[in-house]
Ligand binder design. Structure first.
Ligand SMILES: [Fe+2]
Length: 313
């Protein structure tokens, strides 16, 4: 138990990230996901070093109805978690009885109000303390997959070019295809047969190629509701929550409030802290509901968190 604090001194960027909150008035007990979201916001608010950003990686709601977004807004009004709030759009946020356009409109209206932004698209970027934070989002209904489109892919390349080698953070609800144990880890029954299932879909290779052309890129996803998996599982089963591929760090977050499977820690309430220092980036899992840092799941090099040097040149 304890308040959030950076691992080292002189942190230059300090953020909290959660995913898959799934606020849902149809939940058997709607107060449960609301409680987890509110706990994470209050935990961030009490941080000993004020947080620069509180970020979600999609599926903030289970369906993008006014009722669910009103409940979400109510949670955000209970705390002041960070200087900036950014909500990545998820496939569930884009599902609405009246169709994709209504869901998209609700996402933009409610998230702009919650975050104090004026986005006109589901994809956008902000520079916080000199570091690029890039948020990808669907441009049409694509079921459980992503559909970003050529314009957004060109924009992603340009955004990462502009980061100019400084650590850059990309948030997309879906992970790249086949990473983090997908499609096996897509559901608890391991029923997926399509190799693309649970991932971005057809644009996965294009996104991966863009990420790999740049240095110091950190790509965050959620979507599969896989619990926290460490390096021992990577060795034994071939997958983990934190993976590295051609210099790109891939981080898959558990569901904050909707239950998890395939994890060494399947608790609800888990997200991560991002800490950027002059010469390194640290990403540490935290249980925002229990107010504890992860100690039991070893992430890399025997440490219960990720710590990587900033690549030069
Ligand atoms: Fe989800």
């Amino acid at each position: 138990m304890g308040k959030i604090a950076p691992l080292h001194q002189n942190v230059k960027l300090f953020c909290a990230v959660t995913s898959d909150n799934h606020i849902d008035w149809k939940h058997p007990v709607p107060a449960v996901p609301m409680w987890y979201l509110t706990q994470s916001l209050k935990d961030a608010e009490k941080s000993l070093r004020p947080m620069d950003a509180y970020i979600t990686v999609g599926d903030t709601t289970s369906r993008g109805s006014d009722r669910n977004w009103t409940m979400t807004e109510k949670c955000f009004k209970k705390a002041n978690p960070a200087k900036h709030i950014f909500l990545t759009v998820g496939n569930h946020d884009l599902w609405h009885d009246e169709g994709f356009e209504k869901a998209r409109e609700n996402y933009l209206n409610y998230s702009n109000r919650i975050c104090g932004t004026s986005h006109t698209e589901t994809w956008f970027s902000h520079t916080v303390n000199g570091y690029k934070m890039i948020f990808l989002g669907n441009t049409r209904d694509a079921g459980c997959e992503a559909h970003l489109g050529e314009e957004q892919l060109r924009w992603l390349e340009k955004e990462l070019d502009e980061a100019d080698g400084r650590p850059a953070f990309v948030f997309c609800h879906q992970s790249l295809n086949g990473r983090h144990g997908l499609p096996r880890t897509w559901d608890r029954n391991e029923s997926a047969t399509d190799p693309m299932e649970g991932g971005i879909g057809e644009e996965s290779d294009a996104v991966a190629a863009i990420l790999k052309r740049h240095k110091n890129v950190f790509y965050f996803s959620g979507h599969s509701h896989m619990g926290l998996c460490g390096e021992a599982r990577k060795a034994a089963e071939g997958y983990a929550s934190f993976e590295r591929e051609d210099g790109v760090e891939l981080i898959n977050l558990p569901s904050l409030a909707c239950g998890n499977h395939h994890g060494d820690d399947r608790s609800m309430g888990i997200g991560v802290l991002i800490e950027v220092y002059e010469d390194r980036v640290v990403i540490r899992p935290r249980n925002f509901a229990r107010h504890t840092m992860n100690r039991k799941v070893l992430i890399r090099n025997g440490k219960p968190y990720l710590e990587v040097p900033v690549q030069k040149g």
